[in-house]
Design a protein around this ligand. Structure first.
Ligand SMILES: [Zn+2]
Length: 1095
């Protein structure tokens, strides 16, 4: 490719231009690159029909929005009799028999604002209807649909429903921190006493029993929900075993709230005088909404709120746990977002606009900021000052997936060629031309949006400005109007100022005893014969430029000469592995089409050559060295595919010993298990990065292989590690082959360097992912594929301004699979805010969790896991306490008040805390933990979301007549029905759980047998039956697989079967066997932490 080709100076491109005919990039413009989405050439999915490409769109499209939402900004989760001032919506109250009783914490003590009230006994005298003084909110419920999700899509909402109207807020709170979320009429200083009719609202008077079905918003918090029955009940002091659910009866966790109630958790007993005050204050803080006739309550089970208050006995008979239906539900949030944001395109032109959640299907229109498929931020309103940021403890980070695959209906980034002089950049900070550059002096110069430096416009790039100061060609140029695009790089951007050679793929296959015996060698060789026709390329009509090479090894290495002119491949053995070299320069790396016959012959012979091997020992370091040396000799970048089975104990550089010691788990020495046992691989990784040598490692271990050490090179070079423990050809080859096919075919760039520039006042300070850094700013990736993300944390180094916001520009210089050197640019502008409330209004919890998980998973390298967990809990408590203190309206400390956009922070955080890396069960191997730790480090937000909070789909509710999927349910055993069948997806695994009482017809349709007892739980794929149900279920399974970067093996789990334990591990709202808290317990724990901080 000629990087100096003429610039497409005036080519039209993109949406903004009417009459756009397509940007004339050969093989690129407007085209979609091969990848996870329908590719320009048919991706190879294997010969078997079972590997048919999946029709992903059909199912993902099936997510129809349903519930229109009325998002109110604040979520309230009272853990004691709520005082509802400013707390629009109690999630649960401390039920009378609540397991977390109640020492009266300082807050909840009746304060000066607490009016005396009737004694407890009078509780039931709550007015059934709001008193006259109450604003009409209870009778004008928000527009919220009933809990059912299956209904027709709601009316389309405004495209930014999530944020409360910004304008009204700051103005409304002249004197103090505004209540973030709730647009309100409250104009006085926050702490000010409310109007007379609402005195009770400042403390813990429970709201009256719900009087009618009048609408309460699902979780939005604005208008009140009916109080939990427990709230009005008798004293909270009662303790007792948690509850009726088996899975919640686990023994108490040290330091956690599980088990018997913890004093102090639930807040004080109801205060006299609390009762009898209607929750009118909710109205005062809630959004005013129109009545919603017929709204019956957002949650199933909510009806129970209306029940008469429990008995007043001081010592209630049976302890009762909090009602999980009354605490924030991930499913509700996900469904609300789909309803609100799924139906309209997400237009990126508005600064600081939070995108739809990763679980929502949406279309993106690039109008100047990078698509959320490329960049997601933890916060879209970032604090103006460092002090504010510290106070809130909200992490400021962006999760960047530079080469993300876009869906077919979105344009891939256009390629821009600025000619011989290369991309136009700021003279000082070197930021690339982008929509944030301001042209001045009639277009002769431009001022940099990042550093303010003024730079001359080169004559060839000059253009006149229109009356608004915009260049008249603004919309003709991607770099002036889009968030994402690519520049052709000139030779100046190439290593050693040389145009790069096309990259090479080298396959290195372990042929030791285990590898041969478990079938891996034969499977790999067989598959490669076909797969080599599907190497990455940018134009489906031309052959891939990628060259290939092959070697096998056990404790020596065998190189193969597969030059086209040979009649048969030649093997060269290198048995001195101490100083690895490549014994042949000519004939090792070849073009597939030229050498096809020789290559096929080789791949046919390899399994037979080693069929009788007795060699059990392997080397590993020399294998990577060999691949690296081959790339060096060919002077190109590339990728090594290493297929490996065992701990490399043979005498060689990088030799390892078995150091597996489970006794260290939970001790201060546990961290050493996550660290590599030798420094050899870190040094090797550095060399690999310098050469652009990316390593993908496929592991087939039968025992400990020390993933923590073997994974160092892959995770430092932008590569991937795949692990197939106890690999058996029959049950695992489908997963392995699909992973391999995807891995080989996917879009990948080589020899990449990424830099994130920011506007003055903020800078990138920390990075997470699979890469190497030799300085503090450049993220080096020997390879960068479409699934890899880099998470970047930002810190202030100066004040930011609300007016200008904050800008970031991510530039990735890489070599495309065709050998072209390019720069991919992603721009992102976010708002800055001087009020904490604005920060809390515009965060994205899924991204925050992605960041926290990566942060924690790195911390375990140097800290005991318990400390890591504690500090995570502490930081989240600080985040929520800061909100409570500065943004929420004053109210009883007995209430847990969560920012609307962070109301799922506790549930998701708990999932991170109890993940196998941070809190392993006895059955989790050290290799598994190291593997997951590495895997999560490069995950995007969609994958980390489903990884930590799996998707659980009630298959028995499937309507085969329509394309929509049934609404998922919460990850808890109590949500499962014995008569149901459920599909659970974690991003790595798929389980089909079959209830013991599932309908015979259903079983017949899906499994081909009406008898539960006859279902074979060893099956890894569903039988292909000729009925709509079978077809639909298999389609869903395939569609789930198509959405993930790794193939998910299907496991059928029958209720009460031994496999059920594994399945239950993913029911993350429940207590788990290794001591992980249930969601309910953890929420109480968080509340306690928050209250401690507030006191
Ligand atoms: Zn600049």
């Amino acid at each position: 490719m000629n990087v100096n080709q003429q610039p497409h100076m005036a080519s039209p491109y993109g949406q903004p231009q009417p009459g756009y005919q397509g940007y004339p990039q050969s093989g690129y413009g407007g085209q979609h690159v091969p990848g996870g989405y329908p590719a320009p050439y048919a991706p190879y999915n294997g010969p078997a029909s079972a590997y048919q490409p999946v029709s992903q769109p059909s199912v993902s499209a099936a997510y129809t929005p349903s519930a229109p939402s009325s998002f109110a900004p604040t979520s309230t989760v009272p853990t004691q009799p709520p005082s509802t001032e400013g707390t629009p919506q109690p999630y649960y109250g401390a039920p009378p028999q609540q397991p977390f009783p109640t020492a009266a914490p300082p807050f909840s003590a009746p304060g000066p604002t607490q009016p005396p009230g009737p004694p407890l006994a009078s509780q039931q005298t709550f007015p059934q209807a709001p008193p006259p003084s109450q604003p009409p909110f209870s009778s004008a419920p928000p527009q919220v649909p009933p809990a059912s999700y299956g209904g027709p899509p709601p009316p389309v909402q405004a495209s930014h429903p999530r944020a409360a109207p910004p304008t009204s807020q700051p103005a409304a709170f002249p004197g103090g921190p505004p209540p973030t979320s709730t647009p309100t009429q409250y104009t006085g200083p926050p702490m000010q006493q409310p109007p007379v009719s609402q005195p009770s609202s400042f403390h813990s008077g429970p709201p009256p029993p719900p009087t009618s079905a009048a609408g309460f918003p699902p979780q939005g918090g604005a208008p009140p929900r009916p109080p939990h029955p427990g709230i009005q009940g008798p004293p909270l002091a009662s303790q007792g075993p948690p509850m009726s659910q088996a899975n919640h009866v686990a023994p108490p966790q040290p330091g956690m709230l599980a088990g018997p109630p913890v004093p102090g958790m639930a807040g004080p007993p109801p205060q006299p005088g609390m009762q009898g005050y209607p929750p009118q204050q909710n109205g005062a803080f809630g959004q005013v909404r129109g009545p919603q006739p017929g709204y019956a309550g957002p949650y199933p089970g909510q009806q129970s709120y209306g029940a008469a208050p429990p008995a007043q006995a001081p010592a209630p008979p049976a302890p009762k746990r909090l009602d999980p239906d009354s605490i924030p539900s991930p499913i509700q949030v996900i469904e609300d977002d789909k309803a609100n944001k799924g139906s309209e395109p997400f237009v990126t032109g508005v600064r600081g606009q939070a995108p739809p959640l990763v679980t929502t299907n949406f279309h993106v229109k690039d109008q100047g900021n990078a698509s959320p498929r490329f960049i997601r931020c933890t916060a879209y309103n970032i604090p103006c000052t460092s002090d504010m940021a510290k106070q809130s403890q909200v992490p400021l980070a962006a999760v960047i997936k530079p080469l993300a695959t876009l869906p077919p209906d979105e344009n891939s980034p256009y390629i821009v060629d600025h000619g011989e002089s290369g991309p136009i950049r700021c003279n000082r900070c070197k930021a690339y031309m982008c929509p944030y550059m301001q042209f001045i002096e009639g277009g002769r110069r431009f001022q940099c949006g990042f550093c303010s430096c003024v730079t001359e416009v080169p004559p060839h790039y000059f253009q006149h400005l229109d009356h608004t100061g915009k260049r008249v060609d603004c919309y003709d140029r991607p770099e002036l109007s889009l968030g994402s695009y690519e520049f052709l790089a000139t030779v100046d951007y190439c290593k050693n100022n040389k145009i790069p050679q096309p990259p090479a793929f080298i396959f290195l296959i372990d042929v030791s005893y285990n590898a041969v015996k478990n079938g891996m060698v034969r499977i790999v060789c067989q598959e490669l014969k076909t797969l080599l026709d599907y190497l990455p390329r940018e134009n489906p009509d031309v052959q891939s430029n990628i060259r290939v090479g092959f070697a096998t090894y056990n404790k020596v290495l065998h190189f193969y000469n597969v030059k086209a002119s040979l009649a048969q491949p030649q093997m060269m053995v290198v048995s001195d592995v101490a100083d690895m070299f490549v014994p042949l320069l000519d004939g090792f790396l070849v073009n597939v089409s030229e050498s096809r016959v020789v290559i096929e012959s080789l791949l046919d012979q390899i399994p037979d050559m080693f069929a009788d091997t007795r060699e059990t020992e392997t080397v590993f370091g020399p294998v990577i060295q060999a691949g690296l040396e081959a790339l060096k000799a060919a002077d190109c970048a590339g990728k090594l595919f290493v297929f490996h089975t065992s701990l490399p104990i043979a005498e060689a550089p990088g030799k390892l010993k078995n150091r597996e010691d489970k006794k260290l788990v939970g001790t201060d020495k546990e961290k050493s298990l996550f660290q590599p046992q030798v420094s050899f691989y870190a040094n090797l990784a550095k060399e690999c990065v310098a050469q652009g040598c990316c390593v993908d490692l496929f592991l087939f271990p039968n025992q400990y292989v020390d993933v923590a050490t073997l994974g160092v090179v892959p995770t430092s070079t932008g590569g991937s590690v795949y692990k197939y423990t106890y690999f058996q050809a029959q049950s695992d080859q489908e997963r392995f082959l699909n992973d391999l096919r995807k891995d080989i075919q996917k879009k990948v760039g080589f020899d990449a360097v990424m830099r994130v520039r920011t506007s003055t006042g903020i800078r990138a300070t920390d990075f997470f992912g699979s890469f190497y850094m030799s300085n503090t700013t450049d993220v080096e990736l020997a390879g960068l594929d479409c699934d890899k993300t880099v998470t970047v944390e930002f810190r202030h180094d100066d004040k930011l301004s609300e007016e200008t916001g904050a800008l970031m520009q991510c530039a990735v210089l890489y070599t495309s699979c065709s050998g072209q050197r390019r720069l991919r640019i992603h721009n992102m502008a976010v708002n800055c805010c001087a009020q904490l409330a604005d920060l809390y209004r515009n965060c994205e919890t899924d991204t925050i969790i992605n960041f926290f998980a990566k942060y924690a998973y790195r911390c375990v390298l140097n800290n005991p896991t318990k400390n890591v967990r504690d500090s995570l809990v502490n930081q989240c408590a600080q985040i929520l306490a800061c909100y409570r203190k500065n943004c929420a309206s004053p109210s009883s400390a007995g209430q847990l008040i969560l920012p609307e956009c962070m109301k799922l922070l506790p549930v998701y955080l708990n999932c991170v805390l109890k993940s196998d890396v941070l809190h392993p069960g006895a059955d989790v191997s050290l290799d598994d933990r190291a593997y997951l730790r590495q895997l999560v480090s490069a995950m995007d937000v969609a994958e980390s979301h489903v990884f930590f909070y799996p998707r659980l789909l009630p298959v028995h509710k499937l309507d085969v007549e329509c394309d929509t999927l049934p609404v998922a349910i919460r990850d808890s055993e109590e949500r499962l029905s014995k008569g149901g069948i459920y599909l659970l997806e974690t991003g790595l695994n798929l389980f089909l759980w079959v209830g013991a009482n599932a309908q015979q017809e259903l079983l017949q349709n899906i499994f081909g047998t009406p008898a539960f007892g006859q279902i074979d739980s060893n099956m890894t794929s569903l039988p292909i039956l000729d009925n709509p149900y079978s077809k639909r279920v298999r389609e869903i399974v395939e569609s789930f697989r198509a959405q993930r970067s790794r193939y998910m093996k299907l496991m059928v789990v029958k209720q009460e079967d031994k496999l059920e334990l594994i399945f239950k591990h993913f029911l993350v709202e429940d207590k788990n066997n290794s001591g992980g808290a249930s969601y309910v317990d953890f929420l109480c724990h968080m509340h306690k932490e928050i209250r401690q901080l507030l006191s």
